[in-house]
Design a protein around this ligand. Structure first.
Ligand code: BES
Ligand code: ZN
Ligand code: ZN
Length: 500
């Protein structure tokens, strides 16, 4: 899809359909709404007066119009709720709803009029992100009833703004939206078609296409480095594990004081639980247990194109977690790369085991700040549902930075505590630590485990298990992988670069 920014007025926009934001109980008495109401022979007033459309968030009304004053022949009103609460999340949802509804009407060229106030570049970017993300469908392997209608061109309209800014915003939004959909596409793939080897191939392709440094550690190299924790997870599987490493380095290298931010993402391409086998119900969803790794690759894909002025490292430890005669058993002890020994109580707590060696490896590669993301615990859904992503860590500035970046793009994070006391729960009788901390505070004890490997390096951890998969579909988003945190991480990196 072509994504364009325009500063023209609505009647000059050359697209089949116009989607316009309308606020709760708003009357078409001025501005764009008045203009469109006149052009449609009063259809907008009529829809509002008859209470067919009230501007509630998610409401839509669709008209076919024929007017000399307007190039478009179709108008879609998209309800956005209260004007006061109209921010990035609502603009994104408005744009997603607009593209999904209009694709359903077989529209090929469309424009979105967000009617937001503020930074025109940011608004155009947000519209483009929402529109591109709205079109994602998980039905890749359907041969019938597949969504094959296509919007060919999308224009974000901010009348009267600076043309360059709106165009730049639309282009940046396209990059961010497509990179988020890239992550969603990886997460959606069946385990058989997204093995650690295939993930590494996909990461290599991204690196080649957009200009990132790529490296991958194979099993032999991991053995040499002593990554016994990750290898303990991979042992039950016939598919070899891979540690993917991507690096972005700015060409106009501003001296960044030796700082290196690393993103580390859990890449379990299928989590059966291993010997501590999971129950069958919903096990098919465990194909998305590599979403953390996919988030790293998707974010790096965008960063390579947006070119911020700071370097970024991406590390993705990838493995399957399967039972077999060779698999790690509960009670076994693993030796991590740092030398720490781990008693495996439950082989289903494997995410923290692969992350332990990946975090240590990121530090070895020079990381001075680490953000990891993982579908780590079922407990996080119990605590926060699918609304907030849990964030924990050792560096409050880093945590606050991620939360603030999330707020800017409309993704919610909620900090959980990580007091020293929780570490007691992962003490082992026979080794340094154990990989589970009992029933209480499961999300926190998982983070307490990771903290043992981040040590003194400023670190934040995102538990995306509750937010990485959306069910059911909404007006603005398909069911399935959500791409959570990609946008936030991109925003965080760009902010860090600006502050540098
Ligand atoms: N991948 C799962 C966590 C998960 C659960 C992600 C549901 C998405 C949806 C993780 O590896 C796991 O199994 N964690 C266990 C830990 C327990 C054994 C301490 C869990 O949460 O039950
Ligand atoms: Zn597991
Ligand atoms: Zn897992």
């Amino acid at each position: 899809m072509d994504v364009i920014g325009s500063t023209k007025s609505c009647n000059e926009i050359d697209a089949q359909a116009l989607a316009v934001a309308v606020f709760k109980d708003e009357k078409p008495s001025s501005g764009v709404l008045k203009q469109l109401d006149a052009a449609s022979g009063g259809m907008i007033s009529e829809a509002i007066e008859s209470e067919e459309f009230k501007g509630k968030q998610g409401d839509t009304a669709y008209f076919q119009v024929s007017s000399k004053g307007l190039k478009a022949r179709r108008i879609l009103l998209v309800g956005c709720g209260d004007r006061d609460g109209y921010r990035a999340a609502q603009i994104t949802q408005m744009a997603g709803t607009a593209t999904r509804v209009l694709r359903g009407k077989n529209v090929k060229t469309m424009a979105i009029v967000p009617r937001a106030e503020g930074d025109a570049e940011k608004i155009a970017q947000t519209v483009a992100v929402g529109a591109v993300m709205g079109l994602f469908e998980p039905d890749k392997y359907r041969t019938k009833d597949k969504e094959d209608r296509e919007i060919k061109s999308l224009t974000a309209v901010i009348e009267g703004a600076e043309k360059k800014s709106v165009e730049r915003g639309a282009e940046r939004g396209r990059i961010i939206g497509e990179s988020t959909n890239f992550t969603r596409d990886l997460a959606n793939e069946p385990g058989a078609w997204m093995t650690p080897t295939i993930m590494a191939d996909r990461a290599k392709q991204v690196a080649k296409q957009f200009g990132l440094t790529f490296d991958v550690l194979d099993q032999k190299q991991m053995e040499k480095l002593g990554m016994g924790s990750l290898l303990g997870v991979a042992r039950g599987s016939d598919e070899p594990p891979k540690m993917i490493v991507l690096k972005y380095e700015p060409s106009r290298f501003k001296r960044s004081k030796g700082e290196l931010l690393a993103l580390v993402g859990k890449g379990i391409t299928f989590d059966s639980g291993g010997i501590s086998l999971k129950p069958g119900e919903n096990m098919e969803l465990m194909k998305y247990d590599m979403t953390g790794a996919a988030t790293v690759i998707g974010t790096m894909r965008a960063i390579a194109q947006l070119k911020p002025s700071i370097p970024v490292l991406g590390v993705a430890p990838c493995s399957e977690n399967l039972p077999s005669g060779k698999a790690t058993k509960p009670g076994d002890v693993l030796r991590a790369m740092t030398g720490k020994t781990i008693e495996v109580i439950n082989t289903d707590a494997e995410g923290r085991l692969v992350l332990a060696d990946a975090i240590a490896y990121a530090k070895k590669l020079g990381a001075t700040k680490i953000i990891d993301m993982a579908t780590l615990t079922g407990a996080v859904s119990i605590a926060l549902g699918d609304v907030n992503t849990a964030i924990l860590g050792t560096d409050q500035e880093l945590i606050d930075g991620v939360i603030a970046a999330g707020r800017e793009v409309g993704e919610k994070f909620w900090q959980l505590p990580l007091d020293e006391e929780y570490t007691k729960q992962i003490k082992s009788d026979i080794a340094d630590i154990r990989n589970v901390g009992g029933k209480k505070a499961g999300t926190i004890t998982a983070a307490a485990f990771l903290k043992e490997f981040a040590e003194e390096t400023p670190w934040a951890h995102l538990d995306i298990a509750g937010t990485a998969w959306g069910d059911p579909a909404t007006a603005y988003r398909s069911k399935g992988p959500t791409g959570i945190a990609v946008r936030t991480l991109i925003e965080f990196i760009e902010r860090s670069a600006r502050a540098n």
